[in-house]
Unconditional design. Structure first.
Ligand SMILES: Nc1nc2c(ncn2[C@@H]2O[C@H](COP(=O)(O)OP(=O)(O)OP(=O)(O)O)[C@@H](O)[C@H]2O)c(=O)[nH]1
Ligand SMILES: [Mg+2]
Length: 216
């Protein structure tokens, strides 16, 4: 490996969307700061946190954006989605209405993000087993239908929170690596990142089929 490889830097924007009070802000605070707030207030406007992880020996940074589920508190929608390459679409396993809204959130996501976005459907509050109203199966089926990853999480007891974010980040990394291998123009698009994953004449890499989550 040349020393150039160590200088590579990746910065991915990921958005969290879903109805109010499904736990978006707590999922983010659990992941980024290992904090949970039982009495958190509804988000007003936009907040983001940056979190790093290592993939293939490289530092990959995720800039994770969180906004209000309530329409009246939301920031400018197009700006929120601009440049996003990953999304967590969250519902609350104990509230059916939040699951019914997933389609609407997906419509909005697809309207504003033209690139391939790595998407995960997240059923949060898995600790509330006794008042569950959406089964794991139902969640899984919807995710499959929509070409998304699926995971049930609990921001309260930490179950699967790290895993959910990391799966999305890894998928984005894979997609970016593939795109860089296949397109020079994409490198220009990623000008903020020093991506230098070039095809070293190994033509077999060109013929790999994409298993992107949202290729339908
Ligand atoms: N039991 C349980 N409660 C949770 C969990 N995650 C969040 N909550 C609670 O649900 C409520 C709403 O959480 P938030 O994180 O503020 O929800 P939000 O999706 O950011 O809401 P908006 O900002 O209004 O869109 C708070 O009282 C949290 O303590 C969880 O995994 N389990
Ligand atoms: Mg919030």
């Amino acid at each position: 490996m040349s020393s150039d490889d160590e200088a590579e830097e990746y910065l991915f924007k990921i958005v969290i969307i879903g109805d109010s009070a499904v736990g978006k802000s707590n999922l983010l605070s659990r992941y980024a700061r290992n904090e949970f707030n039982m009495h958190s207030k509804a988000t007003i406007g936009v907040e983001f946190q940056t979190q790093s992880m290592e993939i293939d020996g490289k530092e990959v940074k995720a800039q994770i954006w969180d906004t209000a589920g309530q329409e009246r508190f939301r920031a400018v929608t197009s700006a929120y989605y601009r440049g996003a390459v990953g999304a967590l679409v969250v519902y609350d396993i104990s509230r059916r209405t939040t699951f019914d809204s997933v389609g609407r959130w997906l419509d909005e996501l697809r309207t504003h993000c033209d690139t391939t976005v790595a998407m995960m459907l997240v059923g949060n509050k898995s600790d509330l087993q006794n008042i569950r109203s959406i089964s794991v199966e139902e969640g899984k089926n919807l995710a499959e239908e929509q070409g998304m990853f699926f995971m049930e999480t609990s921001a309260l007891d930490s179950t699967n929170v790290k895993k959910a974010f990391e799966i999305v980040i890894q998928e984005i990394y894979k997609t970016v690596s593939r795109k860089v291998l296949n397109s020079d123009s994409y490198k220009a698009e990623l000008s903020v990142n020093r991506v230098s994953l070039v095809d070293n004449g190994d033509k077999s890499t060109q013929t790999q089929t994409s298993s992107s989550c949202c290729s339908r």
